[in-house]
Design a protein. Structure first.
Length: 400
């Protein structure tokens, strides 16, 4: 049963969003048939069973419901399930171990095989431009062939993780959000127009185990007008849903599951999702302090800095990876531009516009997110055996 004293206080202000009857069984009985409620219960029982593994079909659906590749992914990208199974249909293939990496190189694949991973989630897609054959001529062809031979599936989220709420770009900017700046305004450089301006939002909070049951029990794929975000805090987790009419029905479905200790709060604030991020700091930072905070937060021993002439940072923008296409057009409007790599001439353009540039190394600007991703995937898939590759690392070394 969903409970929240705060919800009761909010209801009069949100009567068009959640009706006063919310939380009563009689309210639900008119909306859902016995067959539909039975199906929801079956989903919960399957997720609560002792069987650790989930079908590839179930895992793919869990990822797609969260990341919405067709919405959050860039049109030029190649994302989603890239390699299925060399032996089974999707509903037959069982996933009981998932390894995460930034770049799927031969040594990383060997690690996955040695650790009995059934799936690799590789941030960068190992299949990007079209493959005309899998004939061992190229190292990426050999990776695909060996993955199929060892029945290891491959999923790539890439730009969806850049765009999603609480994704990689958000984590980078969190390095600057200390003290008063915790409440600093963050927006997307290129906001997604998917939801429009008038949205409704709810956040479900409970133990991670309960949120796993909630996530598996609701057929989010049927709601095309919602965006999901997941936040894990130790043993607890939050599942936020923002959208339009679908939000109402999701709240009703959540109530029908009868989960204990599940609380709900409402928000009509449009979440930040889309390409890149810009932050307007409440309290300006010294450039040197901002760089040190960035290094510490991302676990980096060094970054490269091109000084634009302003020692204070009032605004900062980030696009992980190779961010010139998003960052160069806003040079001169933002004090600090953060990315993984940028060409020499693009750096000169930004510095001449008095924007400082920090380069973190392409994959180092992205890889720091993988431990957070482990916790999120454990919640949305119900699989505990999820881990980060130990072989995955930047190919570059600093030689002094």
């Amino acid at each position: 049963m969903i409970s929240s004293p705060r919800l009761l206080k909010l209801l009069p202000l949100c009567s068009s969003f959640i009706r006063p009857e919310f939380g009563t069984r009689s309210f639900l009985s008119g909306s859902f048939s016995a067959q539909q409620n039975l199906k929801l219960s079956e989903n919960i029982k399957e997720m609560s069973s002792e069987k650790e593994g989930k079908s590839l079909e179930t895992v793919e659906l869990a990822l797609n419901n969260w990341l919405k590749p067709q919405v959050l992914g860039e049109g030029w990208d190649n994302i989603g399930l890239l390699v299925g199974s060399g032996k089974f249909e999707k509903h037959e293939k069982i996933i009981s171990g998932i390894m995460l990496c930034n770049d799927l190189r031969p040594a990383v694949l060997e690690e996955a095989i040695s650790k009995n991973a059934d799936m690799i989630l590789a941030y960068h897609p190992p299949i990007f431009s079209g493959l005309k054959s899998i004939s061992y001529k190229h190292w990426k062809e050999r990776i695909i062939a060996k993955s199929l031979a060892n029945d290891i599936s491959i999923y790539s989220p890439h730009t969806t993780l850049d765009s999603t709420v609480g994704g990689i770009n958000d984590r980078v900017l969190n390095s600057l959000k200390t003290g008063q700046n915790e409440e600093s305004l963050v927006k997307a450089i290129t906001p997604s127009s998917f939801l429009g301006s008038e949205t409704r939002g709810v956040t479900f909070t409970a133990s991670s185990e309960t949120i796993t049951k909630l996530y598996s029990g609701i057929p989010f794929q049927k709601f095309s007008d919602v965006i999901l975000s997941i936040k894990v805090n130790g043993e607890s987790a939050e599942l936020s849903v923002h959208g339009k009419e679908g939000v109402n029905e999701i709240v009703q479905l959540a109530e029908s599951l009868g989960l204990q200790e599940l609380t709900l709060t409402t928000s009509n604030v449009l979440p930040c999702f889309g390409a890149g991020r810009i932050i307007e700091l409440i309290e300006p930072l010294q450039l040197d302090d901002a760089v040190d905070m960035l290094k510490s937060h991302l676990g980096l021993s060094y970054v490269q800095l091109a000084y634009g002439g302003n020692p204070l940072v009032k605004t900062a923008a980030v696009c992980v990876g190779s961010g010139s296409s998003l960052l160069k057009p806003i040079a001169g409007k933002v004090d600090l531009l953060i990315t993984g790599e940028m060409s020499h001439h693009d750096i000169l353009e930004c510095v001449s516009a008095q924007s400082s540039v920090v380069l973190c190394n392409h994959c180092s600007s992205e890889r720091h997110y993988l431990p957070d991703l482990v916790n999120i995937l454990r919640v949305i898939t119900g699989i505990s055996n999820i881990f980060v590759s130990e072989e995955d690392a930047t190919p570059l070394r600093l030689v002094l």
